[in-house]
Design a protein around this ligand. Structure first.
Ligand code: GTP
Length: 425
């Protein structure tokens, strides 16, 4: 038996995802019509021996999460449960804290996936590789190739080319180490708990000998990080291997990255769910390339959508509207003859007619063949807002005949004019 675990973080994480994460836990943000971690769970459901998925995070249980769990349980016939850390325990602290639940039923191995990545996860291939390389007590991480410059923002893996053993691992190195980067997707055998226990013990001891204020915050001594505390020690012990993929993969740290994720998940639908892709036809809007339209959305037949557009539940799109490379979220309305390009229109917002909402692709730029997330600060060295996609928060009203260019608009704003390169608070 195999299990799947998704590290969903908590309310303090996902800050670069604001204002969209103000409304909904970031892991539930819809990409290509479905919540980000729906795609992880779907990938898990394709592993024959995987029947149980554990979500580990430090969100308070909430209606959106409960509803999501119920829906994926029904759709994929998997047992899906949420385990809440009493406080952020790091990327490995929760695995150790909930070790009894993880190891219940004696799984052969368990996948651990970061929620804030997207990809065409090759889980079955990883499992096959894992079974071939180890004898039940090894661990496999998913790796992919980045450019030298990009690699500095990730965990970097040096492998033995013949055996694929990880011989060296450095998290976000100061200078170039390797262009194989950690994809935040792992397959651990139960043996990993030994290393987590050792890290836990070490942190406890350090805390006891540390300053008085550290002993006042007992929770942090349960914090363990896979990247900085486990992988470095595991490298070169013959226990850690890397399975490299050339499938699409990216981090989803910022709202801009969802444009990239959306494009790629839509492309995967050709293989996995062709029925989800909108088609041209009489009385229907013009569709260019890959487009997902929720069945409840109403799109005028003279509108043109695509490529790479997702239209959410109950959205209304008027006459002559043009949408490209964008996500229009649940309950929004785009009035007649408006253009939406490289933008996210937040929940229940209204864009007036003859307006233009436009952003600039970035982070990772879907137009670059070797797209990976670069570190993109909001502001450049002169204090100016870097060009970015335009993100309209929820319940925003945009009037007719305005241009909103490369801007972030916080929820509940009623805009009165055009804006360019601004954060509208
Ligand atoms: P940054 O570039 O600094 O964001 O680092 P990173 O890419 O290594 O990401 P980070 O370590 O912040 O998070 C990796 C994944 O682990 C994400 O899916 C987070 O939601 C999740 N995560 C991070 N911290 C915690 C935690 O304390 N508890 C749980 N359960 N998940 C976490």
């Amino acid at each position: 038996m195999i299990k799947g675990i998704i590290l969903i973080g908590g309310p303090m994480k996902g800050t670069r995802f604001r204002p969209l994460s103000l409304e909904l836990p970031k892991p539930l943000f819809p990409v290509a019509g479905f919540p980000m971690i729906y795609h992880h769970i779907e990938a898990c459901s394709k592993v024959p021996d995987l029947k149980e998925v554990l979500l580990i995070g430090f969100y308070q249980p909430n209606a959106a999460l409960n509803h999501f769990i119920m829906e994926v349980h029904q759709e994929f016939k998997l047992q899906v449960r949420y385990f809440q850390e009493y406080q952020a325990l790091g990327t490995a602290g929760g695995l150790y804290h909930f070790r009894d639940q993880i190891l219940a039923g004696n799984p052969e191995a368990f996948f651990v996936m970061n929620a804030d990545v997207c990809g065409d996860f090759p889980l079955n291939e990883m499992l096959e590789f894992h079974r071939k390389t180890g004898n039940g007590d090894t661990h496999t991480m998913l790796g992919t190739e980045a450019t030298q410059q990009q690699s500095l923002n990730y965990g970097c893996i040096v492998e033995n080319k013949d055996t694929h053993e990880v011989v060296h691992y450095v998290e976000k190195p100061g200078s170039y180490v390797s262009s194989i980067i950690n994809c935040g997707t792992y397959l651990f055998s139960p043996d990993i708990m030994k290393y987590l226990a050792a890290a836990f013990q070490k942190n406890q001891e350090n805390f006891c000998t540390d300053s008085i204020e550290s002993s006042l915050s007992p929770s942090t001594k349960e914090c363990i990080f896979l990247e900085s505390e486990i992988f470095m020690d595991l490298a070169s012990t013959g226990k850690l291997f890397v399975y490299q993929t050339t499938n699409f993969w990216s981090q989803v740290k910022s709202a801009g990255a969802t444009i990239y994720a959306n494009r790629h998940y839509l492309a995967i639908y050709h293989r996995t769910h062709p029925d989800r892709l909108a088609k041209n036809g009489e009385g229907k809007p013009t569709i260019i390339g890959d487009v997902y339209i929720h069945p409840s959305a109403s799109v005028h037949e003279s509108a043109t959508l695509g490529p790479n557009v997702t239209v959410g539940k109950n959205v209304v799109i008027g006459e002559g509207v043009r949408v490209r490379e964008s996500l229009v979220l649940e309950g929004s309305t785009i009035l007649d003859h408006t253009l939406i390009l490289y933008s996210i229109i937040g929940w229940n917002s209204v864009v007036g007619s003859w307006s233009r909402v436009e952003g600039t692709p970035n982070d990772p730029n879907p137009n670059k063949p070797f797209a990976k997330l670069e570190v993109s600060d909001l502001f450049n060295s002169e204090g100016k807002l870097n060009p970015s996609i335009t993100v309209i928060g929820s319940n925003v009203q945009i009037p007719s005949e305005v241009v909103i260019l490369n801007s972030l608009v916080l929820p509940h704003k009623d805009l009165g004019r055009s804006y360019k390169n601004q954060i509208i608070l």
